[in-house]
Design a protein around this ligand. Sequence first.
Ligand SMILES: [Zn+2]
Length: 236
Amino acid sequence: MDRVQLNKLLLLQEREEKLFRLLREKTKILEEIRSFSDKLNNIDNEISAIYQQKNDISKDIEKTIKDINTYEKSLKNMESAIKGIKSKEHYKNILRERSKTENMIINAKNRLKHLRLKLEQLENSEELKYLKIDQAKIKDEITILEEDLYSIETSIKNAQKDIIDYENSLDKELVSLYKDIKKRVVPVFIPLDKRACSYCGNVLPIDSYNKIIQNDINIFMCPVCQRIIYKSSDMI
Ligand SMILES: [Zn+2]
């Protein structure tokens, strides 16, 4: 592998690394969407529970109003029945019955007042207000993330096509050599950092280092991590 070939493969590696970064970014976005969706789900459940509670109370209110109407109707019937009663015993019974019904009406009206207050509190509850604010915020976040996802997917497709086009422009044997090395180590090419392999930190012997710097050898493999070391100036 000469320096020109090395440079061509470095550009291929660069393209692959770009694709890898995009794929990683996509995974991150998907994780964020999942996490926001879970949060949204919890908030939706909490809001539904409050609505369910409101619904139950409304039904209870309806039933209580119906009960009051029934009691009042039977109270009216008792009032008109009282007039025609002859028997003292019967009269006493109906008075007892009337007072019982009056108490039931008072209790039902108290209950109605209590239920209406509870419903009003639920409708104006701070909890529901903040849940709805959070719900809207999270929906916005998800929309933004979905837009990001769409754009990153486009970039991924472009990067994949770019790699294929670039590979097709290179010598086939060179590409397959690169792919063979890639089966063992990724990334294949690692820049020299001062005197060391910047992947594993192995400090090169001074004579190897000098050879690389003076371009005395075409490629040099790190004896520790088996990656091909290049100096930054090899990149055109
Ligand atoms: Zn190394």
